[in-house]
Design a protein around this ligand. Structure first.
Ligand code: URA
Ligand code: CA
Length: 434
């Protein structure tokens, strides 16, 4: 097989065979096919697309390019959740204990990563003593015992995707639905998921800006999953404003505790109930998503979800008394209100820019080397559609520095007030079950 012939084939809109796709991914992983040929191929894919069969083959070739996590020692159906990037997205912290409380095993491998706030592990580390440096056996044992555990990323998962994603980033070929869909799905499958629940965000703050694009990506991922034997469902949810109120590590842990107690923000609660009902249904603990939803409400109301969170924290060395007394979480030195400069209705809260403001305070990493300040961040006092009076607070800023002029300016520029009434955006835009 010659790579140049395969590039030509795709350039001319023809379908690559399973063997040809494996040849490409193996060759790229082993460095026998150079970047420039793969660049040409990804550009051809960008214009010509890929069939459903090609997408499934590409996904599995990337899964097989490196290690895969073996979760066979865990009883039950392992359901994983994936969100395509959000701002202040506290859902993972809530969903884990929530579905675990119903017996669905949550075996989470998580990273730190770059972004507006830390990753799930950083957030959880705001609980004193909590750690994810556990052995594999211990991880499996904890999931079987408590139905939930989190471990740091290890192993060489999907090296082909790592190389390909980096190459796409510098060759203007990131924005290709088949390439994005297979990239995301390969990582979930390599991490051991039997079933996958996807949350594709749409709106100003999201990766997919329009509903049409989000639907296309969600459908592509659902098809890949089901074609490779992993039951997969997706929802499309609004990210035209940050989810919930809190953006920041310890602040989000507190928000998760509130939500697990039944006192969380309405949108975050609704999203967790929807995603959670899919997970419980896919995990075989309910015969329909409607039944799953009722069960989820029950474990919130009877305290079982919160109890599961406590057990989980404690089992990994964390001080679980923070759940009853969140003031034990890291606290910022200063709390500063951001007053509205006019009367009106909140019409826009540009999610990614608000995330940037949180990062300026130190809530996220700009580079791999930066240190996170777990205490700092933002708590929104208003959401889109809310009425606001001049002088009333729009946001509480939690800071460990007094000079926050730039943060305030970013917030003012990205929270827009209109004199006209504005309706709140619809949170769950679509559900894709196929
Ligand atoms: N996120 C991924 O993991 N892969 C892509 O290709 C795009 C976004
Ligand atoms: Ca939040």
């Amino acid at each position: 097989m010659r790579m140049v012939d395969l590039i030509e084939k795709k350039r001319d809109g023809k379908e690559l065979s399973t063997e040809e796709i494996q040849f490409i991914i193996n060759g790229y992983t082993n460095n026998t096919i150079p970047d420039y040929q793969v660049s040409a191929l990804t550009m051809a894919i960008f214009f010509q697309g890929m069939t459903e069969r090609e997408r499934a083959d590409l996904t599995m070739a990337m899964v097989n390019s490196g290690d895969t996590i073996d979760l066979a020692g865990i009883e039950g159906i392992k359901v994983d959740k994936h969100s395509t990037g959000g701002v202040g997205d506290t859902t993972t912290l809530v969903l884990g204990p929530l579905v675990a409380a119903l017996g669905v095993p949550v075996a989470k491998m998580s990273g730190r990563g770059l972004g507006h706030t830390g990753g799930t592990i950083d957030k959880l580390e705001s609980v004193a003593g909590f750690h994810v440096e556990i052995e594999n056996d211990e991880f499996i044992r904890l999931v079987n015992e408590n139905k939930i555990a989190v471990i740091g990323q290890s192993g060489n998962l999907t090296p082909a995707d790592k190389k390909l994603y980096a190459l796409r980033d510098v060759t203007a070929t990131v924005d290709s639905i088949p390439l994005i869909a297979s990239s995301i799905m390969s990582k979930k499958i390599a991490a051991g998921a039997d079933a996958i629940c996807l949350d594709v965000k749409t709106g100003a703050g999201a990766f997919m800006k329009t509903l049409d694009d989000a639907r296309e990506l969600a459908t592509a991922m659902v098809n890949i999953g089901n074609n490779v034997g992993r039951k997969t469902m997706a929802i499309i949810s609004d990210m035209s404003q940050p989810l919930g109120f809190a953006i920041g590590n310890a602040l989000e842990v507190k928000e998760a505790i509130d939500t697990l107690s039944g006192n969380g923000p309405e949108d975050l609660t609704e999203l967790c109930l929807t995603l959670g009902s899919y997970m419980v249904y896919l995990g075989g603990e309910a015969s329909s998503t409607a039944e799953a939803r009722e069960k989820l409400k029950e474990v919130i109301a009877n305290g079982k979800a919160l109890e599961t969170f406590k057990t989980f924290l404690q089992s990994q060395g964390g001080d679980s008394s923070v759940v009853d007394d969140p003031s034990k979480l890291p606290q910022a030195q200063f709390q500063i209100e951001l007053p509205s400069l006019e009367d009106g209705y909140v019409s826009e809260i540009v999610a990614d820019e608000i995330g940037t403001a949180a990062m300026m305070l130190g809530a996220g990493r700009a580079t791999k080397e930066s240190e996170i300040d777990l205490a700092v961040g933002l708590v929104l006092k208003k959401k889109i559609g809310d009425q606001v009076k001049k002088g009333e607070s729009l946001v509480t800023i939690y800071a460990n520095q007094q000079d926050i002029e730039e943060v305030k300016e970013t917030l003012y520029q990205n929270i827009k007030i209109s004199t006209q009434k504005v309706s709140a955006p619809k949170l769950i835009q679509e559900e894709i079950t196929i």
